[in-house]
Design a protein around this ligand. Structure first.
Ligand SMILES: Cc1cc2nc3c(=O)[nH]c(=O)nc-3n(C[C@H](O)[C@H](O)[C@H](O)COP(=O)(O)OP(=O)(O)OC[C@H]3O[C@@H](n4cnc5c(N)ncnc54)[C@H](O)[C@@H]3O)c2cc1C
Length: 457
């Protein structure tokens, strides 16, 4: 029996599925519409600098993503904090940090909470009580996908200020929605798995090299070594399923295979999925329903100053529209602290502003949270926008996330938007690729189990 698989989409989900299938002895062709691999994680060249489209951080709980980095030979190109340590700045001059101790969870955050000056004593008690209650919620409970996270926090009397100073600080960056809009189920997943269940889950990791080098280029080498045929600029126009297998049409070419992993964003999957393929909750569904997952934007500002303005690798802003700032000076021949990348998640207010408008709005804001920036001259200001950065993990989104299985044997779905249990993250993407491979490989007679790394929850 031939064992050919086509993987459509060269993001982390598709790359993972392709590598896993190739490791199982399958003949794999990966088709990617763009001229590069890496999907939503990439870098652009502006004059003499590589700029990442978005600051991609991960947490120690992202076990499959970390294993993926090892698989593609990039594990030595990231830094992972020994212990979670988040410096926090405000426009009114507060410099504080949220750092964990070595105590077991949830005590690992007790001293950070007790000393956190952005909450009153009563506020700390409310946040603490909500955190303890959150640990008892099951993110897989469908009832939690009916409410917003903010509505649930309201039950504990958590104020809007406390929400911003504590929950949104982490929640907006990981969910790409504020607590007022995010599904409680997704928030429970993030806060339990990342922050509350294990003392080391939220240790933060980031790339030391441009994302293209970390993922796209390294994956190209790993895929070639594994024998995967990679076709770039190969945009798939149609996918036909017949009795004998699949025909994938890309730019006038027809490629046949016995199995297909469709690893494209949900709005592309809605167009490409053959009729009668999509299963939602094991029931046949119209692929157009997937567009109901919506999209949420992320904007990044790349600001190069004439002198150092940031004295830590990353910091979060509270009480400011500046959410997270990263020192990206390394590798650009710049002194530390000169190139600040500002990440704005859930950026609905910013996505349609021009570069000049964003500059007028954010340079003064940066000067308020980074005092050293007040005297500094801006040498370069570049904006990168991702309008459809992630799906919107709003209430009801859980119902619209299919698993890897489709109604057509041999056709599997992958992508950070599928039912991974995670929000749209690199971890979710890698997990979805593994699940899709697990689904499709038995169809090709490959029944060896693909090990599942134990993760909290
Ligand atoms: C700015 C930004 C910041 C982010 N920050 C973080 C972060 O800090 N931490 C984190 O964990 N995650 C972050 N994410 C989310 C993370 O990048 C994504 O969840 C993940 O990379 C998605 O991977 P994927 O493989 O599921 O999809 P994608 O990366 O979107 O890959 C899908 C691929 O399919 C291709 N494709 C689409 N249609 C076709 C077609 N018809 N034919 C062929 N190819 C096609 C696309 O070109 C694309 O390459 C961020 C995302 C963005 C955009």
């Amino acid at each position: 029996m031939s064992a050919r698989m086509v993987v459509i989409g060269g993001g982390l989900a598709g790359i993972t599925a392709a590598l896993t299938a190739a490791d199982a002895g399958v003949e794999v062709t990966l088709l990617e519409g763009r001229p590069r691999l890496g999907g939503a994680t990439f870098s652009l060249r502006r004059d003499d600098m590589w700029l990442d489209n978005g600051q991609h951080v991960f947490l120690r709980c992202c076990t499959e993503y970390i294993a993926f980095l090892e698989r593609i030979g990039s594990a030595d190109k990231v830094h992972l904090q020994r212990r979670m340590d988040v410096p926090v700045r405000t426009p009114w001059g507060t410099r504080t940090r949220l750092a964990r101790s070595g105590l077991p969870a949830p005590l690992h955050l007790s001293s950070a909470l007790a000393r956190y000056p952005l909450l009153t004593m009563a506020g700390r008690a409310r946040v603490g009580l909500a955190a303890l209650a959150l640990r008892r919620l099951d993110p897989a409970d469908p009832a939690l996908d009916e409410a917003t996270f903010a509505a649930w926090l309201d039950r504990f009397g958590v104020t809007a200020r406390e929400r911003e100073a504590m929950w949104d600080l982490i929640g907006i960056a990981t969910l790409n929605l504020p607590a007022t809009e995010a599904s409680l189920a997704m928030a429970v997943k993030v806060f339990r798995t990342g922050v509350l269940d294990h003392n080391d889950g939220a240790d933060i990791g980031w790339s030391l090299v441009p994302l293209q080098e970390l993922h796209g280029d390294a994956s190209a080498r790993a895929l070639a070594k594994a024998g995967v045929r990679v076709r770039l600029r190969a945009r798939v126009d149609a996918l036909d399923a017949g009795a004998g297998g699949f025909a994938v049409h890309a730019g006038g070419e027809r490629i046949e295979a016995e199995a297909v992993v469709l690893a494209v964003p949900h709005y592309d999957a809605a167009r490409l999925l053959p009729a009668g393929a999509l299963l939602l909750d094991d029931v046949l569904a119209d692929p157009n329903l997937l567009t109901g997952l919506g999209t949420s934007p992320i904007v990044n500002l790349h600001v190069v100053y004439d002198r150092p303005v940031l004295d830590v690798p990353l910091t979060a802003g509270v009480g400011s529209p500046v959410q997270w700032m990263f020192d990206r000076s390394a590798g650009h021949g710049l002194a530390p602290g000169r190139y600040v990348a500002v990440s704005l998640s859930a950026a609905t207010r910013e996505i349609d502003l021009t570069s000049a408008q964003l500059r007028d709005r954010f340079i003064p804001e940066l000067a308020r949270v980074l005092p050293a920036a007040r005297q500094a001259r801006v040498e370069r200001f570049v904006v990168t926008k991702e309008r459809s950065a992630t799906f919107r993990p709003a209430p009801g989104s859980g119902r619209l996330r299919p698993g890897p299985r489709t109604a057509i044997p041999g056709l599997a779905l992958a992508g950070a938007w599928t039912a991974t249990g995670w929000p749209a993250t690199m971890e979710g993407a890698v997990r979805s690729g593994l699940s899709a491979a697990r689904e499709a490989l038995p169809h090709l007679g490959r029944t060896r189990a693909i090990p599942e790394r134990t993760t909290p929850l």
